[in-house]
Ligand binder design. Structure first.
Ligand code: ZN
Length: 322
């Protein structure tokens, strides 16, 4: 296919929806030397057997260049040999950003001819993880893309992408997997409790830790239902708040006579707890929890705050229904 048909694609979707997977799939289809790509690269499938596919799998394809922030690279297990030298301090500070030096290095690479005579694929993700100088350098590349270059990028925060960059890309909403696909993906990874985890993360199985907080919440629920003192330790404050919110939503659902969304199979302890306590006190707790969850950064004594949330939850659960 002609390069002009897809100069640049920008995938966007919620966290955990598998943007990285989607980007890699399109890159693989274009770099496969047996699969003809006519039109949408997501409709094509890499053969998995040709020299191009082998190079891609080995992580050594010379016509693919991946640019991600160092922190994400580590998370994805990518060796970023081409990353430019930076001081340790600067690297730590820039851990969540794509630096301008790396963008410049990408531009140099983009000007060279294709090693294997096919497409060259630049994969930059996430597009919002860039300070203005890096974004502007990248913009120049997108304004005059070299022949045979294909550009794939993604974001979970479309509103944070520079409008000029956005306008150079063909936008594509990326839907996460449905329930069946999410369960299948978790099973493929050897997750024994796949259905429960898929529900817990609402099918966002490409999140780095889809099951985070699930065991903690189950334990909390069991302890509260048994009238034992709950042990709030074991998770970070952010995970605790997220988990308490899910628990809180399920308690509200069960109280309203609906099935739980997140904690399927725990209907009975949920029902026990939801029956207790004063309606007004529950509502106040739910509202304050939602408010706390909206603050991305937690206070210095966040650990204590979590303990306070759990103590308060226990108090609510030990009241008689009114
Ligand atoms: Zn192939």
């Amino acid at each position: 296919m002609e390069k002009r048909d897809f100069p640049a694609y920008l995938l966007y979707g919620e966290r955990g929806c598998g943007l990285w997977d989607g980007l890699m799939r399109a890159a693989a289809a274009l770099l496969c030397e047996r699969t003809p790509v006519a039109g949408d690269p997501w409709q094509a499938r890499a053969c998995g057997e040709c020299a191009g596919c082998h190079l891609l799998r080995a992580g050594t394809h010379p016509d693919l260049r991946v640019l991600v922030p160092p922190a994400l690279g580590a998370e994805l297990g990518l060796a970023q040999a081409e990353q430019t030298e930076q001081g340790a301090e600067r690297r730590a500070a820039a851990g969540r950003e794509i630096g301008i030096d790396d963008v410049r290095s990408l531009i140099d690479w983009a000007q060279s001819t294709s090693h294997r005579g096919g497409f060259k694929v630049a994969l930059v993700h996430p597009l919002d993880a860039m300070a203005a100088p890096a974004a502007n350098a990248l913009l120049k590349l997108l304004e005059e893309p070299p022949a045979s270059l294909c550009f794939f990028t993604g974001t979970h925060q479309l509103e944070k992408v520079l409008p000029t960059l956005r306008s150079r890309c063909s936008l594509r909403p990326w839907k996460g997997p449905g329930a069946a696909d999410a369960v299948a993906e978790l099973q493929r990874r050897g997750e024994s409790d796949a259905a429960a985890v898929a529900r817990w993360c609402r099918n966002a199985v490409f999140d780095p830790e889809p099951a985070r907080g699930l065991e903690w919440t189950r334990r909390l629920l069991r302890q509260l239902a048994a009238g034992e003192a709950p042990q709030p330790d074991g998770v970070t404050p952010a995970v605790a708040i997220e988990s308490l919110q899910k628990l809180s939503l399920d308690l509200q659902r069960v109280r309203a006579g609906l099935a739980p969304t997140y904690l399927q199979g725990f209907d009975e302890p949920l029902r026990q707890l939801a029956q207790r306590g004063d309606r007004g006190a529950w509502q106040a707790w739910w509202q304050r929890l939602a408010q706390a969850a909206r603050h991305a950064d937690f206070p210095l004594h966040a650990g204590l705050a979590v303990q306070a949330w759990v103590v308060e939850l226990r108090q609510l659960c030990s009241q008689r229904a009114r």
